[in-house]
Write a protein that binds this ligand. Structure first.
Ligand SMILES: [Zn+2]
Length: 523
């Protein structure tokens, strides 16, 4: 049913560069076709620019990009920036919708996604066999493992094969596209096998726009006539989605300094001081560190907008950032698979779900819906604009909570609110209870204790033998014995037997390959 990967399939198309169709892309109708009408592959097949090279040229492509290709690259960037600005207007109009209108749009968008998947994806034809008319909640859950095991079958385009995408990713250096057509990002692979995701130009417009919506809601009116100097302290690995988004929109309209969050903090501070960004985007752990640096006087920047774009933004980090820069940070929730999922508006009353772009189901370990006001174990996401790689009820291990009824946001936007994000399922640690059974302790239990500690960062590590090791980066006036007592009593309060706890002072919290510093980890 699913065609096998041709052994010597070319990595890139043999066609010459596709003519740039800015006019097509800019017509509201072109984007509209994608989101409102039946899917029109012609829009995405006019994906702007390719490099005229054969598979044999591919290894040299990144380093020997011709002048012509660089021009093509710039043209694609211009087209993307303009298309995103155009799409922003559409997204803004949705902010004015009533909730019934939003839900009705969501139903229509879901029907279009499913019709596309059933027509074009051999995997979904089989996976949803007999269920094509069933409600979303009756459909099977798609895990990352299953997705990657069935990658070629799941694709709706015959020119995408995993082996070729892997080869392309191994050589990716900048903003080159796979098969001259697709933007590709990979997840870190910290939780098992890495996931690989693809988007064509029309989809990528919506990926970038979803992140841009968070900036828009915060009041940043970046555009062609108003540039906002931005600093992103994140992963600079070219296959990481934030690097990919950054590379694709890098232009004089989007002056951005990208810093790897794994770099030495003194160097990060020096570069930020030199750049003086108006907008700072970083992982929560990095914002905390930077807030400490600002308060200590080593960092001296005055950003108008601060975004926490990954990891758990705890109340303490939020306060530290607000104290350091005189304005609260905006929390943004996104993932490689979905792009932006939710963001805060200026009310900071929670994160509004981007329900016009992604359907987010908060569920327990058995995929049953969890009531608002309760933390789920994971989320199932359906990405309404996904077409190249349709994602329907895709499982992600984030634990979050929808706001209970009556806890709306005064801004009037129609989107549901997330009232809490406590991290990933992997951050929930197990301890023995008095009855001998293992019991799961949610990350928030540790956040509440550790948030009282004054330090440039912290991490709770559960060792293989169950012991807890607490790392404190540059702690100030912290009594390790008192901290151990506080953690022990929090665990006893949850009905579990506390293990031995060790507190260690470290110069910095160790970061993962992508530069993150998880608050809670299991070893
Ligand atoms: Zn709001």
């Amino acid at each position: 049913m699913c065609p096998p990967t041709p052994p010597d399939a070319p990595v890139t198309s043999a066609r010459g560069p596709t003519r740039l169709r800015v006019d097509t892309l800019l017509k509201a109708d072109a984007i509209d076709d994608f989101t409102h009408g039946p899917f029109d592959p012609r829009v995405s097949h006019y994906t702007p620019i390719g490099y005229p090279c054969d598979a044999d040229d591919e290894p040299q492509m990144a380093t020997t990009m011709s002048r012509l290709s660089r021009k093509a690259d710039s043209a694609r960037t211009v087209a993307l920036v303009l298309a995103v600005l155009g799409y922003r207007r559409r997204l803004r109009r949705r902010d004015q919708w009533s909730r019934p209108k939003l839900l009705s749009y969501q139903d229509e968008a879901l029907a279009r996604l499913r019709a596309h998947a059933y027509a074009k994806s051999p995997f979904y034809q089989d996976f949803h066999a007999g269920l094509t008319d069933a409600p979303l909640s009756a459909l099977p859950v798609l895990t990352k493992q299953r997705l990657m095991d069935n990658f070629d079958c799941l694709m709706t385009r015959p020119d995408v094969h995993l082996a070729n995408v892997e080869r392309y990713l191994a050589q990716l250096r900048g903003n080159e596209l796979f098969n001259n057509r697709y933007f590709v990002s990979a997840t870190a692979g910290t939780t098992g096998r890495r996931g690989i995701f693809l988007w064509d130009f029309a989809e990528w417009v919506q990926v970038v726009s979803s992140y841009n919506r968070a900036f828009d809601w915060a009041g940043s009116s970046a555009g062609l006539t108003h540039r906002v100097k931005t600093a992103v302290v994140s992963s600079t690995n070219p296959s990481h989605q934030s690097a990919r988004v950054g590379a694709s929109i890098h232009s004089r309209w989007v002056p951005t300094l990208r810093i790897d969050s794994g770099d030495d903090i003194a160097s990060v501070v020096a570069r930020l001081n030199g750049w003086q960004p108006e907008m700072v985007i970083g992982y929560a752990s990095m914002l905390r560190l930077l807030a400490e640096e600002q308060s200590a006087g080593r960092l001296a920047i005055r950003p108008q907008f601060i975004f926490s774009a990954s990891e758990v933004l705890t109340d303490a980090t939020r306060r530290l950032a607000a104290d350091a820069w005189g304005r609260p940070p905006y929390n943004v929730y996104g993932a490689t698979e979905t792009s932006g999922i939710a963001a805060e508006c200026g009310q900071h009353a929670g994160l509004h779900l981007f329900e016009d772009l992604v359907i987010t189901e908060v569920v327990d370990a058995d995929n049953r819906p969890v009531s608002p006001g309760q933390y789920g174990t994971k989320v199932l996401v359906t990405v309404l604009f996904s077409r190249t790689l349709p994602l329907i009820r895709y499982e992600m291990s984030d634990s979050l909570q929808l706001a209970p009824p009556g806890h709306g946001c005064p801004c009037g936007r129609p989107y549901a609110l997330i009232s809490g994000i406590q991290g990933r399922q992997q951050e929930a640690l197990n301890f023995p209870a008095a009855d001998g059974h293992a019991r799961t302790i949610q990350p928030l239990v540790f956040h509440h204790v550790m948030d009282t500690v004054s330090a440039a960062g912290w991490q709770v590590k559960q060792q293989g033998d169950g012991r807890l090791v607490v790392l404190l980066a540059q702690p100030q006036h912290v009594d390790p014995a008192a901290l151990r007592v506080a953690l022990r009593s929090a665990l006893v309060g949850q009905g579990v037997q506390p293990p031995p706890i060790e507190v260690q002072e470290v110069p910095a919290i160790p970061r993962t390959a992508l530069g993150k510093a998880p608050l809670i980890i299991r070893q």
